[in-house]
Structures are given as C-alpha cells and as structure tokens.
Design a protein around this ligand. Structure first.
Ligand code: ZN
Length: 232
C-alpha cells in the first residue's frame, strides 16, 4: 500500500533522472471515486501535481514507476519506452479490470467529461446549440479510460455513453479537433443506425457523411488527425 510521500519520492527520483538540471516540487494525491484515471498538471514555479487513481494503491513498484514515467512523458512531451505502457496495461488487465464488471452498469462513475485541457460537457452543449438546435439529449460524456489511437471515439446507444479518446485531451490539440470528434459522435445520436445488406449495419450512411463534411475545416481537421495524433 503506497502512501503519498512514497509516491512523491518515487516521482522526484524519476524527475532527477529525466531532467537533472531542473528542480520541481512534487505533490501526489489520490483521486476520488472508482475511475481509473490519473492526471498530471504543472503549476506555477515548477510545481507538479499528480493525481493517481486509488485503484493503484496496491500496485507493485515497477507498475507505479511505469505509470509515473507515462505521466511524466505526457507533460514533458517525451516518448516513453513502450515497455512502460506494456507493464502498466498488463497490471490493469490482470488486477484492475477483473474487479470492474461489478460497476460497469454505473457508467457515469468511471468516465469523466473533465479533462486537463477540455471539458466535454461544455463542448457538447456548444455543438448542440450550434448544429442541432440544442435538441440532442445529452448522454453520459467522458474521456476514454485508456489512450486509444485507432478508436478515436464512440457512442454506445445501449449505455447512453459518448466517449472521446483521452489522447486528444492535450495541450497540442486545437479545440476544433475535439469539437469535430464530438460532432462525429453526436451525429451518431442524431442519425439512427440503418440496416444495410444482410447482417451489416450501416453506421456511416451517406447522410451521415454529408453532414460530417459540412463541419468547418473538415479536410484540414481530418488531415491533422491522421498526421498528428500519433505525436500526442
Ligand atoms: Zn462513427
């Protein structure tokens, strides 16, 4: 069981390895709730605030270290060795996900619309009035629980859940990118799924694509997503 001071020391020693020339004040807190979400923020005077999910409290040192490296990579924008992601994911898959099914129906407690840089709730409301006469019902909104580079977002009608990949909650992401991803998922709420030939369900219908392409800067945004998302 980790206490906050042990975590602070671990992060401080990692920082000293990664950027020996700078001094940081590190504060670690346990997040609230049962979601598997960790955040890292840089405040004034090199003050680094790290919030870890309490689900990590029992994790072994190499896992917590891997997670810390991933968080530092995110804020200091360096590419962490892929082994850290593997170590972290393996632990999550083996020790955390199996405990999750008991709470899967309580979708809202696991997903949060508030990111470090963008609030999905705000963006949904803005787009809803701009493009849908404020008539779309608001689903549960949240950043994905894990970084996803291929499934950039989804709308799950059964769970009434709209999720955007957390990789876009990033300083380098222009707001219009997040708006566009949200708009795409909102079109899924707006346009019902059609039955295609045989078993195939037609999700992105011609009508869907037509509306999608009406989004301002559509082509520029698509290009940005294709080229830049791997650098987030
Ligand atoms: Zn889609």
């Amino acid at each position: 069981m980790w206490n906050e001071e042990q975590l602070e020391n671990l992060i401080k020693s990692l920082l000293q390895e990664i950027m020996p020339q700078k001094r940081y004040t590190v504060s670690v807190e346990w997040g609230r709730g049962k979601s598997l979400r960790h955040t890292i923020q840089m405040g004034k005077r090199n003050f680094l605030l790290v919030r870890l999910s309490p689900l990590m409290a029992q994790a072994p040192e190499n896992v917590v270290k891997a997670l810390a490296v991933l968080l530092l990579a995110k804020i200091f924008r360096f590419k962490a060795d892929s082994v850290f992601r593997k170590v972290y994911n393996a632990y999550v898959d083996e020790h955390i996900m199996p405990q999750m099914p008991a709470v899967t129906h309580r979708v809202s407690s696991r997903y949060s619309p508030k990111g470090n840089y963008f609030n999905l709730e705000e963006i949904f409301d803005e787009l809803n009035s701009r493009y849908f006469n404020a008539r779309l019902p608001k689903p549960v909104l949240g950043w994905s629980l894990r970084p996803a580079y291929t499934r950039l977002g989804f709308y799950d009608r059964k769970r009434n859940l709209l999720v955007i990949s957390q990789i876009f909650d990033h300083k380098k992401t222009p707001r219009e990118i997040v708006e566009y991803l949200m708009y795409h998922e909102m079109l899924h709420i707006y346009i019902p799924v059609q039955q295609g030939r045989g078993q195939r369900r037609l999700v992105h219908t011609a009508e869907f694509k037509r509306l999608e392409q009406q989004f301002p800067n559509y082509e520029k945004i698509e290009k940005w997503i294709k080229r830049k998302r791997h650098r987030l």
